[in-house]
Design a protein around this ligand. Structure first.
Ligand SMILES: [Fe+2]
Ligand SMILES: [Fe+2]
Length: 467
């Protein structure tokens, strides 16, 4: 068992003349920072946010139809044209609620790791780039919240923000209140999906980590953490965004670890790269759609344009993640066992929590549908579909527990992302094979397994309505 790990990095000394000067990743960082500073994509997103009015965009698809909730299901085949467009818009709104939460995580971890890079010295341009990225994220988050809010309000009314159970019969309402809460539905529409943290692996990791004491050289310790200590504040432990894949104790341990070591501060960008690529997977489709409309000289919906400009802004951020995660970590000494373990654990947990399944109702989401059943049910009971309890259950079963085109569409996205990530991690020497080969993700890319999990979840859910 590891009892005491000292982080020692031979190149971690503060430096005004960094040994790293002239390195390729520093040159690319200079170019990336210059291009990002000179771009006006964030300003374009701000203008689009200000001009957004749902009714002006309500009659148009915001992407090709396959980026819609319940796309490819038997219900989608029977939905009216207006219901199909609504499902397309709700997909955008839910996706970007989740993106906003993940970008709030990014701001936090940019601060934590930037504090390390500033103290090491020699990475001035990179530090300025991270500050610029955080300020861009603040504008992105504001735009996503505004557009998502207006969209959900127009399409779902109270169901998206307040009690969705008001209109249901007393019996069903009581049962649902026992099994869940209105918060669950609100969390769904904000994509705040809870991940179980009770596996044997996590328990054993917790026991192991309780015995670890990370010693760090004072000059490496992030100013962000120093400031928290000075103010006697607790470490933050956000429960939304992609950081939710970690149980709370691990969020705090990762904040300490990513903020205490030059190697681990660099390694955080592997985790961030996974988020970058998950987003790129869908934003690339919005961008293609926007270009097609532009070529045909047709109306381009505002959210589609926001996605397009966001992809452009995020391309700078993705470059930053790649440079730090694949190249910059080599500026420091070989990772200790503890650093290697924590670095790999973050990628493993991302696979386990975000990439280990296949949704039948949410394209480009790689979790099974157990977290979403109540929300699908609420959607079917909402005025958009206005179904009875029996009809809603009938359609839920047809959509989640049988093979349909939606699973195959999602599998295509799954394979695309899996290939990208395997390529990315093949360039990193300290990565465990389970992460290099994205084995948990590959394991989750099975329609048969997804349906089996959904059958169990559906049975539990329908029983909860009967009792
Ligand atoms: Fe962003
Ligand atoms: Fe970003």
């Amino acid at each position: 068992m590891i009892n005491d790990v000292e982080v020692q990095n031979k190149n971690d000394q503060p430096s005004t003349q960094p040994e790293t000067q002239g390195k390729k990743h520093l040159i690319v960082t200079e170019i990336n920072y210059r291009n990002n500073s000179e771009s006006d994509y964030t300003e374009k997103i701000e203008q689009l946010e200000k001009s957004f009015n749902y009714s002006d965009n309500s009659n148009h698809y915001w992407s090709k139809p396959e980026l819609s909730i319940l796309y490819g299901t038997p219900l989608y085949a029977e939905a009216s044209d207006s219901q199909k467009i609504a499902l397309n818009h709700i997909y955008w709104a839910t996706q970007y609620s989740q993106v906003a939460a993940s970008e709030a995580n990014t701001i936090l971890f940019n601060d934590v790791t930037n504090g390390v890079f500033l103290n090491i010295g020699g990475y001035d341009t990179l530090c300025k780039e991270l500050e610029l990225e955080s300020s861009q994220e603040r504008h992105h988050i504001h735009a996503f919240h505004t557009i998502s809010y207006k969209t959900k309000k127009a399409l779902l009314g109270k169901a998206a923000f307040s009690t969705p159970l008001e209109t249901q019969s007393k019996t069903v309402k009581n049962q649902l209140m026992k099994k869940s809460s209105n918060q669950d539905v609100q969390k769904f529409f904000n994509f705040d999906w809870l991940i179980s943290s009770s596996s044997a692996l996590e328990d054993s990791v917790f026991r192991l980590l309780k015995n670890i004491r990370l010693k760090t050289k004072a000059h490496c310790y992030s100013d962000y953490l120093n400031e928290l200590e000075k103010k006697e504040l607790f470490l933050p432990a956000p429960r939304t965004g992609i950081i939710r894949v970690f149980p709370r104790y691990l969020v705090r341990l990762f904040i300490l670890s990513w903020g205490s070591s030059s190697f681990l501060a660099s390694q955080y960008y592997c985790f961030r790269y996974i988020a970058n690529m998950m987003l790129k997977l869908v934003e690339y489709e919005y961008t293609k759609y926007s270009r097609e409309l532009e070529k045909k000289d047709e109306f381009i919906p505002t959210p589609t344009e926001v996605s397009r400009y966001h992809l452009l802004d995020e391309s700078f951020h993705t470059t930053t993640s790649r440079l730090i995660a694949q190249d910059m970590y080599k500026d420091f000494s070989q990772p200790t066992d503890y650093e290697r373990f924590m670095g790999n654990l973050s990628v493993y947990m991302a696979q386990k929590g975000l990439l280990n399944g296949l949704s039948g109702g949410l394209p480009a989401i790689f979790q099974d549908d157990s977290c979403f059943i109540l929300a699908y049910y609420t959607l079917l009971r909402s005025p958009l579909f206005d179904m009875s309890t029996q009809d809603a259950l009938h359609w839920l079963k047809k959509c989640l527990c049988h093979e349909h085109d939606g699973f195959h569409v999602n599998l295509k996205y799954h394979q695309r992302l899996s290939t990208e990530l395997r390529h990315f991690f093949s360039q990193i020497d300290y990565i465990w094979s389970v992460n290099r080969e994205m084995r948990l993700m590959s394991h989750g890319g099975s329609i048969t397994k997804a349906i089996q999990k959904n059958i169990k979840s559906f049975e539990q859910f329908s029983k909860s309505l009967e009792n």
